[in-house]
Each structure stands twice: as structure tokens, then as C-alpha cells.
Write a protein that binds this ligand. Structure first.
Ligand SMILES: N[C@@H](CCC(=O)N[C@@H](CS)C(=O)NCC(=O)O)C(=O)O
Length: 212
């Protein structure tokens, strides 16, 4: 068994971790979890949430995309994707902002669950427009989360911007589009997309109803 196992489905947030793994450049084995097996006993033993992605590294299981990105950057320092001392404040600040407020704001907005102005103080993100303008300001002032250098925080924040934008859940702000162009031109991103597109094409016919 490989030291590093990646549990995923190509039609999922697992694409974030595929990209991260390709950035890290260490060997890993992929286990595709079909959606009709994701709540089965076997996969629940890996992630009791019954959600992908997850990784197993030696004896450790890590779930949650933001945690997996941070973990991989930590345990494979040779990939140079973790923060230098002077980058730590931005790195952690925006990673957690992306995993908490950004994720909640984008999904609630997409569902049409908009807090009333009186209730905004109870929501960690306040309101959707505020989250968008904070991100727009950040990415108008710098190329990457930590300034001028790509880190694991960009894999995660970038994904939290690019994927919603692709589905019309975030506006195509100029700063977001320029950030997306920088990120999608990376060789690791292109490799990851190619691998997952191929895996998706392979499982899709199997999921089609069989002719009677
Ligand atoms: N907070 C989790 C979210 C994981 C998640 O929601 N995964 C979805 C696919 S994108 C899933 O596995 N859904 C299957 C299900 O809930 O049955 C993370 O960041 O990894």
C-alpha cells in the first residue's frame, strides 16, 4: 500500500486536492469513491462524514480540503508551498477566511438564503456582497495570498473562487479573472484537470442507466 492514498470522486471538491497533490509532486495512489458507495461502511471508516475528498498518509487520515492542503504543505516542505515566517499571517488568515466565511457566503447565496440586515451580525460572513468586495480588494492589491509567491493557500482560496465563478455563483470581477488566469496556467493545475477529466469520462458511462 502506498504511503499516500487519495480518496476522491472527479466530480467533487476532490479536484482541489488533486491539484494540491500535483503541486506537491510526491507519489500517491487514487481511490475513486463512486457516489453510490460514499455512505457505505467501507468509506465511512475513512471519513465518517461520508464525503470526499480525504487522504490517508501513513497512519493518518485527513479530511476537509483546507486541512488537507495545509497538511500536505507541512509534511512535504520540499515542495515549498507552506508559508515563510513573514507569510504566516496572510497564509492562515485567508485560508481560514476561504474555508469559513467564503464557503458559507457562497453556498447560502446560491440557495437564496440571505440573512436580513438585522441578522447579519450572527453570520460569520456578514453578507455576500461584503465577502466579494473583501476578496476583490485583496486580489486587486496582490498576485497571490501571501504577496508575490504561490502557496498552498492559493490552491484553496483559488479553488473557492474559480469553481463558484464557473457555476455563476460568484461574479467575474477583473481581479478574480486575473487570479484565475495565473492559477490555471500552472502545470500542476493543468495535469490535475486532465487526470480528473479523464477519470470523470471513464465513470460517467457506467453511471448511465443500462438499456433494457
Ligand atoms: N467540507 C468538506 C466538503 C466535502 C463535500 O461536501 N464533498 C461533497 C462533494 S463536493 C460530497 O462528498 N458529497 C457527497 C455526499 O454528501 O453524499 C471539504 O472541504 O472537504
Amino acid at each position: 500500500m502506498a504511503d499516500l492514498i487519495f480518496y476522491t470522486n472527479p466530480q467533487s471538491r476532490g479536484r482541489i486536492i488533486r491539484w494540491m497533490l500535483e503541486e506537491v509532486g510526491q507519489p500517491y495512489e487514487t481511490e475513486i469513491i463512486p457516489y453510490d458507495q460514499i455512505k457505505g461502511e467501507r468509506y465511512l471508516a475513512v471519513n465518517p462524514m461520508g464525503k470526499v475528498p480525504a487522504i490517508r498518509h501513513k497512519d493518518h487520515v485527513v479530511t476537509e480540503c483546507a486541512a488537507i492542503c495545509t497538511y500536505l504543505a507541512d509534511v512535504f516542505p520540499q515542495a515549498n508551498l507552506g508559508p515563510r515566517a513573514d507569510e504566516k499571517a496572510d497564509y492562515y488568515r485567508w485560508l481560514f477566511y476561504a474555508a469559513g466565511p467564503v464557503e458559507a457566503a457562497v453556498s447560502n447565496q446560491a440557495m437564496g438564503w440571505v440573512p436580513t440586515p438585522e441578522r447579519e451580525r450572527m453570520f460569520g460572513y456578514g453578507n455576500f456582497d461584503k465577502v466579494v468586495s473583501v476578496l476583490d480588494e485583496l486580489l486587486s492589491l496582490r498576485d497571490y495570498v501571501c504577496g508575490d509567491r504561490f502557496t498552498a493557500a492559493d490552491v484553496y482560496l483559488g479553488s473557492q473562487i474559480m469553481f463558484p465563478m464557473q457555476f455563476g455563483m460568484l461574479p467575474e470581477k477583473d481581479s478574480f479573472v486575473r487570479y484565475r488566469d495565473r492559477l490555471t496556467s500552472r502545470e500542476a493545475y493543468k495535469r490535475a484537470t486532465e487526470i480528473d477529466d479523464k477519470a470523470q469520462a471513464e465513470i460517467q458511462p457506467a453511471q448511465q442507466p443500462q438499456p433494457a
